[in-house]
Design a protein around this ligand. Structure first.
Ligand SMILES: [Zn+2]
Length: 110
């Protein structure tokens, strides 16, 4: 029997998971349901192959209902050094603590 190439499989899985989230980003304003499905599939692939979805891609969708964040569907508030993101589909709230380094980077990116 052929030996499974686990490393290769996981690398591919990560590639696909990221690709699906990028696709969800592209489609979220065209077909919101389809975009959600992409995120769902991406999560499934990541879980099956136990790969971590890169942090920046995790910020594209709600962890709870898996709908991608899009204009009018989420709210961002800043409280001191915390960013509070609320999903308006399921009202799930996420908090991110900012470190000085992140704030500087955010300023630079803007
Ligand atoms: Zn949600």
């Amino acid at each position: 029997m052929l030996k499974r190439e686990k490393e290769k499989e996981r690398r591919l899985a990560l590639e696909r998971a990221v690709y699906l989230i990028e696709k969800a980003e592209k489609f979220k304003n065209i077909d919101y349901e389809l975009a959600r499905r992409y995120v769902e599939l991406s999560k499934k692939i990541a879980m099956k192959y136990r790969v971590r979805i890169p942090k920046r891609y995790k910020l594209y969708f709600c962890k709870k209902c898996l709908y991608p964040y899009k204009a009018g569907k989420f709210r961002v508030r800043i409280n001191k050094s915390a960013v509070i993101v609320t999903c308006l589909n399921c009202m799930h709230v996420r908090r991110f603590q900012l470190r000085d380094r992140d704030v500087q980077r955010a300023r630079r990116d803007l």
